[in-house]
Write a protein of this length. Sequence first.
Length: 498
Amino acid sequence: MSGTFVGMPAFPSFPEAAHQAVHDPTLRGNLRHATHTIRAKRSKAVGELSDWAELREAGRRIKDHTLRHLDRYLVQLEESVTAAGGTVHWAADADEANRIVARLVKETGESEVVKVKSMATQEIGLNEALEAEGVRAYETDLAELIVQLGGDRPSHILVPAIHRNRGEIRDIFASEMGEWGRPAPEGLTDTPAELAEAARLHLREKFLRAKVGISGANFMVAETGTLVVVESEGNGRMCLTLPETLISVVGIEKVVPTWRDLEVFLQTLPRSSTAERMNPYTSMWTGTTDSETADGPRAFHLVLLDNGRTDALADQVGRQALRCIRCSACLNVCPVYERAGGHAYGSVYPGPIGAILSPQLRGTASAIDASLPYASSLCGACYEVCPVAIDIPEVLVHLRERVVEGGEAVRQGNRVVLRPAKGHAAERAAMRAARWAFAHPGALRTGQRLASRTRRLHPRILPGPGKAWSGTRDLPAVPAEPFRDWWQRTRGGKDGAK
C-alpha cells in the first residue's frame, strides 16, 4: 500500500504557512467577514431547537456504535447496494481509488465527467488523476467551480472559496470561463445574482451532455444501500439524476446502520453547517433504474475508501475524529483558522478537524503533519459547536504527545513504534525537568523562591529554543512572593484570613 494522500501539497510546516497568511490583509478580511457571518447564523438556527443537546448526544452515540461495528455494517452495505443493482469496489488508498474510477470512466468511452462537491475525491486527488488519463472533470458546486477556474485549492470544508471576495470571483469568471466552456457574459459585475447566473449558464451545457457523474456522499445507509447527498444549489441533483453512469467515492466512516438514523443527522447537519432548518436539496438514491425515461443512473458504482481510516479507527482516543459529518462549524469559531486560513493546513481538511484528522490519516512523519496538532489555542470552542461532540482539544493533546514522545500507533494496517518528531528535544527535556520538580517539593520550593528573588533580572525573551515561544507571547511576570510563602505568612487561613 502506498502512503496516504490527503489532497494538497504540504507546506514545510503550519507555522511557516500561517506566517505568510496572517500578513495578507485581504485574506484576513475575507475570512473574518465570512466566518463571523456564518457562525452568527448558525447560533440562531441551533438556538431554535430545545432538544439540540439531545440530538448532539444521539449523533455521537450513533457514530460511536457504527465505528465499533464498522466491519459488520460495511458488509451489510455492500450486500444492500449489490441487491439494488449497484456495484461495490473497495479501495485501500488514494492510488487504488483513482485507478478504479479512471477505469470505470474509460469503460464508458467518455472523456469528461461532472462532479458533485466531494471532499473524498479532493482527498485522493481524483481530478488530477483523471486528467492524467485524458478525462476532464468539471466541478459543478459554485464555490468548487470558482476554485477550479482559478487554479486554486479549497480553503474551507463548506465554502471552499471562502478566501475569495466578489471582485476576485468576477475577475476569475471573466478571464477563465471561456477556457472551460461557455464564457462569462460581457460586462459581468460582482453582484451575487449576476455571478450566480454566469455560473448557471456555464454549467447548464455540461449537465445536459454529461454521461458520467461523480459524487461523494454525506451518509450511506447499511440497511437499504441508500446514499445521501445534501446540498443547497441543485447542481448535485443534476449530477445524480441526468448521467447514465454514477460513480460515488465515499469514506468508509460515512455509513450509518438504519434509515431511521438519518433523522438525527438531517436535523443537525444543515443547522450546524449552512444555518438552515433543512437543506434545499436532499438527494437519496438506491441502486439503479432500468427505464430510459426515469431519472437516475442505469449503472451505479460505489467506491468505498479507506486511505488511513482504519489506522485512525485503531486509536482509541483519536478515532472520534471519524464521527465528523463535515459541517465545518469548528472552522467558523476557531481563532487560528480565522487568521491563518485553510491553505496553511496543507490538507483538504483545514481547521480544527483537519488538525486532528490529517495527522491520523497521513501519520506525523512530515513537518506539516507534526505541526498540525499545535495549530490550536486549545480554547475548546470547536468542541462546544461540534454536532457529534468530537472532543477536538483532547485529540490535539493526544497527538501532541505522540509527536513529542513517539510510541505505538497503527500505520497502513501494521502496528509500529513511532520515533519522536525532530525539533522537540528541548520540550521533552523541559517536561521531564518539570516532572522531576513536581515530584520533589523541596526542590520546587527552592526554585520558586529563587525565581522570585531574581525576578528583576529575568529576560523578556527566552534564549535558545525558547525564542519560538516568547517571540509571539509576553512572558508571565514572576510574583514577588511564592504562593507557598504567602500561604504560610498568612497562617494558612487558620484564623480565617482572606
